[in-house]
Design a protein around this ligand. Structure first.
Ligand code: 2P0
Length: 334
């Protein structure tokens, strides 16, 4: 109900108008947090307890096409395959789309295509919701601002609000209870040498959804009280590092932010561990390589896989140690 009110507030007079086009498609990149979002102050509106900072993955993301259909029901295709409307994927998507619907709204044929390595456990929901919002904005010709689009994407999934921009994005937690000040902001900095390596150990689904894990951490971990101040420090360090192109400072703050987030989960009850044994072996190897002088760091989200952070000059060295990684250069033009 609260979500619906936000949609109506943002759309204003545009609410309840007919689509301007019959078909529209839009792309949004997925993003990886260098300073994590972990904990909500509002469960329904996906309002975070702290700010966070991410990097978008360039051409890796989701394209969603919305086409007006004459049929009585929506049809959803994921990477070309027709999905059952009662599947969790469709339920999630339709619940979100229904926030924007009223009586006269037509049904849609929805094609959502993701080039994100699904095995990497990369949050395809972030790029998914961001691309739906962009496609709706195009279809109805709403011409909403990027901040408004970011807020709407956040209603689908918190981290989706950061997928409205490329490059580094700062998601401001905001203080308002309606969340109108909780959206992304592009840092507009470029760092062409910046590389991310996806190190994949497991393709299986998350054991515990991050929504559940966040909630359990807040309510049961004695360490969670240290998290907000840790985020403030890491966020400041990462912004400074981006401004000065200080890769060591960025890597240290990002890695330490991730390990601290996972420490709060380990201390929750029942404990939450997303790592598998291979995750720990890789961490040890990364620390060893760092001791040998290689500037390589990692970050880890709500899954066992690691995202390696390094600079272009070290690609060969990193590949020699982690031959299986997929390398993404977020600022490369392709
Ligand atoms: C992040 N994660 O900052 C953190 C780090 C996972 C670990 O945002 O409940 O899918 O939809 O707001 O955005 C994943 O959580 O959660 C996430 P909801 P979301 O990237």
């Amino acid at each position: 109900v609260k979500k619906y009110e936000i949609v109506r507030t943002i759309l204003g007079e545009r609410w309840n108008t007919a689509p301007h086009y019959t078909i529209k498609s839009a792309f949004a990149p997925t993003n990886i947090a260098l300073c994590k979002y972990w904990g909500k102050r509002d469960e329904e509106l996906n309002l975070p307890l702290t700010s966070s900072l991410s990097i978008s993955l360039g051409s890796k993301g989701t394209t969603t096409e919305l086409k007006i259909s004459g049929k009585s029901d929506d049809e959803i295709y994921l990477n070309g395959g027709l999905m059952q409307n009662d599947s969790p994927f469709c339920q999630n998507l339709l619940e979100f789309l229904n926030l924007f619907r009223y009586e006269q709204t037509p049904r849609f044929i929805i094609h959502t295509n993701s080039n994100v390595p699904i095995a990497a456990g990369l949050a395809s929901s972030a790029s998914g919701f961001a691309s739906i919002v962009l496609a709706l904005d195009g279809l109805y010709d709403w011409q909403l601002s990027q901040d408004e689009l970011s807020i709407l994407a956040r209603l689908g999934s918190g981290s989706a609000c950061r997928s409205m921009w490329q490059g580094f994005v700062h998601w401001h937690a905001g203080i308002r209870s309606d969340g109108m000040d909780s959206h992304g902001e592009s840092l507009r900095a470029r760092w062409p040498e910046f590389c991310i390596g996806l190190l994949i150990f497991s393709e299986s689904e998350k054991a515990i959804p991050s929504r559940v894990a966040m909630q359990r951490t807040i309510t049961t971990s004695a360490l969670y009280q240290a998290w907000p101040s840790k985020v403030s420090r890491d966020l400041a360090a990462i912004k400074q590092a981006i401004g000065n192109k200080d890769f060591q400072l960025l890597g240290k703050a990002a890695e330490s932010n991730a390990t601290t987030m996972h420490a709060t989960m380990l201390s929750a009850w029942p404990p939450i561990i997303y790592s598998v044994p291979e995750t720990l072996v890789a961490m040890q190897r990364i620390w060893e390589l760092r001791n040998e002088g290689l500037q390589i760091y990692f970050t880890q989200d709500a899954g066992p896989n690691l995202k390696l952070l390094f600079l272009q000059r070290d690609i060969d060295n990193v590949l020699a140690n982690f031959p299986s990684i997929e390398i993404i250069q977020p600022f490369a033009i392709d």
